[in-house]
Design a protein around this ligand. Structure first.
Ligand SMILES: NC(=O)c1ccc[n+]([C@@H]2O[C@H](COP(=O)([O-])OP(=O)(O)OC[C@H]3O[C@@H](n4cnc5c(N)ncnc54)[C@H](OP(=O)(O)O)[C@@H]3O)[C@@H](O)[C@H]2O)c1
Length: 383
């Protein structure tokens, strides 16, 4: 029986994780759960799973949860408590599924404590890739990606990386793949969140629509698989059936395919190196044909190019674009800026922010704060 700490239990990845746990209650036990403010669904989750700990990031939400519970679950609040449940000696596996830079500290705590980290929070690697990978190496932690593209590469690499020339991440193009750039100016948050294939949280849905999600994934892949930037390629694939590919010098390409449902990826991270059922139907290739592939349009999806630029710059640039993107996406979701202003704000933040090498967590956090201040000022000027 493996004890799981589930960070981000009320989110899209959190719910899919619980669905896999429900199917294998003989193998997995929920040890701890966390959320931000959403305490009402946490009441039901705590009654159902009886975790030892429930952590709300928000203190008021923690009080509400505590008052609503009549079981032995200990309710805690704040970032330190998140780190404690992520590194607790009774925890075996940590699902890091908090959205945004705020998920970094708890994922890093799990890495330092030598846990199996099932990493959905790509921001941990975008912000602190070197520190995170060092922590994994030094502690003997297991790092299993929970992004369909990176899981695909991870699965392909099970046969080794001899002769590897490049990897290719697939990108659906989100809801605006075939929308003309001039029509993007007036799109609404709900239209941007209406992803054709994946059911995800609102922030990552907007990132998919701008393709910043793919940009962040490029950076994530750089750290996860120790590649050079020019070994990472992106191809548009609207059906989201081919999850990603690895190219070899003998002309071979290995790809991983499946229906677009995160339960496959999550169950693999939980059962690795074995495989268990996930509730996802087997792929029917004939009914999904033809599978299409296109070269990305870097003019329309400017965020993708900005992420590649940041990766090549290195140092603080990656954290800067991530912070600016979080601010800009939040402003777009709150109807403060237009969709096409998202890349403008990121680009201007990158230009204005001080570019440095970042060797400590404090420096990473300071850079994140500085970039947010710049991006917020830019949002205010756009309003
Ligand atoms: N969804 C997908 O299919 C998918 C695929 C690959 C990777 N990912 C990555 O997985 C992560 C989670 O994505 P998601 O789509 O599951 O997001 P989501 O549905 O928005 O859920 C986010 C979770 O994080 C919690 N949270 C939000 N802000 C927080 C804060 N400041 N402190 C602590 N907890 C906080 C939320 O709690 P409340 O409910 O209380 O707000 C919720 O439990 C992201 O990094 C995303 O890029 C997602």
């Amino acid at each position: 029986m493996k004890n799981i700490t589930l960070l981000g239990a009320t989110g899209s990845i959190g719910k899919s994780t619980l669905s896999v746990v429900d199917q294998h209650s003989d193998k997995f036990n929920i040890f701890a759960l966390s959320a931000n403010t959403n305490w009402q669904p946490m009441v039901d989750l705590c009654h159902k799973y009886q975790p030892k700990y429930a952590v709300m990031m928000d203190q008021d939400a923690a009080s509400q949860l505590q008052n609503a519970l009549d079981n032995d679950t200990q309710v805690l609040s704040g970032e330190q408590a998140l780190c404690e449940i992520a590194s607790h000696e009774q925890t075996d596996y940590v699902m890091a599924a908090i959205v945004g830079a705020t998920g970094m500290s708890s994922a890093l705590a799990a890495a330092k404590a030598g846990k199996r980290i099932m990493l959905a929070n790509k921001e941990s690697l975008v912000l602190a890739g070197d520190i995170f990978m060092d922590a994994v190496k030094n502690s003997g932690a297991e790092l299993i990606p929970v992004d369909s593209e990176h899981s695909a590469i991870f699965q392909c690499l099970q046969s080794g990386r001899s002769g590897l020339t490049k990897i290719q991440l697939t990108a659906s193009g989100g809801p605006f793949l075939h929308t003309a750039i001039n029509e993007l100016q007036s799109v609404t948050p709900d239209e941007a969140c209406a992803h054709p294939n994946w059911n995800m949280g609102r922030k990552i849905s907007v990132d998919s629509a701008t393709m910043m999600n793919k940009g962040l994934e490029v950076i994530e892949a750089f750290y996860l698989f120790a590649l050079k930037p020019d070994q990472i390629d992106v191809v548009m694939h609207p059906q989201s059936i081919v999850h990603s590919s690895v190219y070899y010098e003998d002309g071979s390409t290995l790809s991983q395919l499946g229906n677009p449902d995160m339960r496959s990826v999550i169950s693999y991270a939980m059962s690795y190196p074995e495989r268990i059922s996930s509730g996802v139907e087997a792929l029917d290739l004939a009914s999904n044909s033809p599978l299409e592939f296109y070269t990305p349009d870097f003019d329309k999806f400017a965020c993708l190019g900005l992420a590649f630029d940041a990766l090549k710059q290195g140092g603080s640039a990656m954290g800067t674009i991530n912070a600016a993107n979080e601010v800009a996406v939040d402003a777009f979701l709150n109807h403060q800026i237009k969709f096409l202003e998202i890349p403008n704000i990121i680009e201007q933040t990158l230009t204005q922010a001080k570019h440095t090498t970042l060797s400590s967590l404090d420096a990473i956090i300071a850079n994140d704060r500085q970039a947010r201040v710049i991006a917020l000022e830019l949002v205010d000027r756009h309003v």
